[in-house]
Each structure stands twice: as C-alpha cells, then as structure tokens.
Design a protein around this ligand. Structure first.
Ligand code: T5A
Length: 206
C-alpha cells in the first residue's frame, strides 16, 4: 500500500463509537502500529473552534445551511492539516466521524439534499475517501438508553430528538447499501463482540 489506512467510525449519537475507537487504539498500540486519532468536527485548532459553535445549544437558531457549511469548513481544515499528511507518511488514520455523517445528518435528516452534500463532501475532503468505514448500527431506543448512562449533557444536535435520530439512521442505512467501503456492524452486542467484528475487517483489508 502506498499510503496509510484511513478508517472512519459512524453511527447515530451514542452508538458506541468512542468505546470501539478506544479498543482499536489499544489494539494498534499493542501491535506497535503508527496511528493518528482525530475527530470530526474538530481535530485542529480551527476545527475545535468550529466544533464549539456547532455543538453549543445556545446556537439553536443556526440555519441548516450554515450548519452544513461549518461541518464542511472543519473538514477541509482537518483533511489538509492532519489526515492527508499522516496518510502520506504511511500512518493509519482513525477518524471519529467523517463525511458520511454529513450525508446522514445534513443530507438526509436535515433534508438538504444528498447530491448537494456529496458535492461539498468531495470538495472539503479534496477527493480523499476512507478505506474502511464502520457504521455502528443500533436502534434509537438503545442509543437513548446508552446516552442516559453517561454523565454529560446533550449537545445542540443530540437535543433534536428521536425522530431526527431515526432519519439519521435511515441515511446511514441508505449510504451503506450503496457502498462497499461502509461495513454495517450490529452494535447491540458487548463492546468485545463488536470489536472482534471490526478487527476482522481491518485484518482482511491490511
Ligand atoms: N455531526 C457530525 C453532524 O451533524 N454532521 C457532521 O458532518 C458531523 C461530522 C458530533 C455531533 O455532530 C453531528 C453528529 C453528532 O451529533 P460526537 O462527538 O461525534 O458529536 O457525538 P456522538 O456521536 O453523540 O458521540 P458520543 O461520544 O456522545 O457517543 P459515542 O462515541 O457513539 O458512544 P460512546 O462510546 O461514548 O458510548 C455511549 C455510552 O454507551 C456505552 C458507553 O459506555 C457510554 O456510556 N456503551 C455501551 N453500552 C452497552 N453496550 C455497548 N456495546 C456499549 N458501547 C458503548
């Protein structure tokens, strides 16, 4: 392979991405693999400022188009500043959310249109695509149960509620149907069961 492996994690809010990313980075560390871990929105000084604006529940009057463009702006920055350089150095890049989030949240759930979002995604990512994407699929009921078990307050997007999360899930299912890159993983099991499936896909791809 002439560049590192680019792996992204996706799913509705509270699906268990952070938990799986923690297991993956522990596994990569044990294998002494060289990796970079980033998140979207965020991952750069500019991107983290944009993240604060996007998730602040005081900003409940933000227009859906402004929201879309802010996610894309943060993405353009992280791709040029962190992701592309790391991949060119042959490192693994693990990214907590990437452009499939914009497809599902803004393109489908916000109803801004998937063609428009696909075009902006390509522009912001400069044509870069993940090698492997894990869509951690759980029901909205289960995600709400998991979110209640955390001791943190809901952010602006989490406050949009169950119907919104159901639409997001529909967007992911639609994206996964159309792409070989996206692996739908049943995320209702234990963290270890889920990680075994993920590890299998990565080993197969290396
Ligand atoms: N967004 C993002 C857009 O709208 N468009 C975009 O383009 C992008 C990039 C970002 C928000 O922005 C939106 C999507 C989001 O709303 P985020 O930081 O990614 O925010 O927010 P979340 O997806 O909500 O991430 P969280 O960190 O809150 O949740 P995780 O990482 O999915 O879940 P995790 O691992 O923290 O687990 C949640 C709880 O469940 C437990 C954990 O211990 C924890 O308590 N848990 C399990 N319990 C039982 N069984 C398992 N297998 C479990 N796995 C985890």
């Amino acid at each position: 392979m002439d560049r590192g492996l680019f792996i992204t994690f996706e799913g509705i809010d509270g699906c268990g991405k952070s938990t799986q990313i923690g297991l993956l980075t522990d596994w990569l560390e044990k294998r002494k693999a060289d990796f970079v871990l980033v998140r979207e929105p965020g991952g750069t000084p500019v991107g983290e400022k944009i993240r604060t604006i996007l998730l602040d529940k005081e900003n409940d009057g933000m227009s859906p188009v402004a929201e879309l463009l802010l996610f894309e702006a943060a993405r353009a920055q992280i791709v040029s500043e962190r992701i592309r350089p790391a991949l060119c150095e042959g490192r693994y890049v693990i990214c907590d959310r990437f452009f499939d989030s914009t497809y599902a949240y803004q393109g489908v759930a916000r109803n801004l249109g998937t063609d428009l979002v696909n075009g902006l995604n390509r522009m912001a990512a400069g044509g870069l695509e993940p090698d492997l994407t894990f869509f951690l699929d759980i029901s909205v009921d289960e995600s709400f149960k998991r979110r209640r078990s955390r001791a943190i307050e809901d952010d602006r997007i989490e406050l949009l509620g169950r119907d919104f999360q159901n639409k997001v899930r529909g967007g992911y299912l639609e994206a996964a149907k159309a792409s070989q890159r996206i692996k739908t993983v049943d995320a209702s099991g234990t963290p270890e069961e889920i990680f075994n499936i993920i590890k299998g896909y990565i080993t197969e791809r290396e």
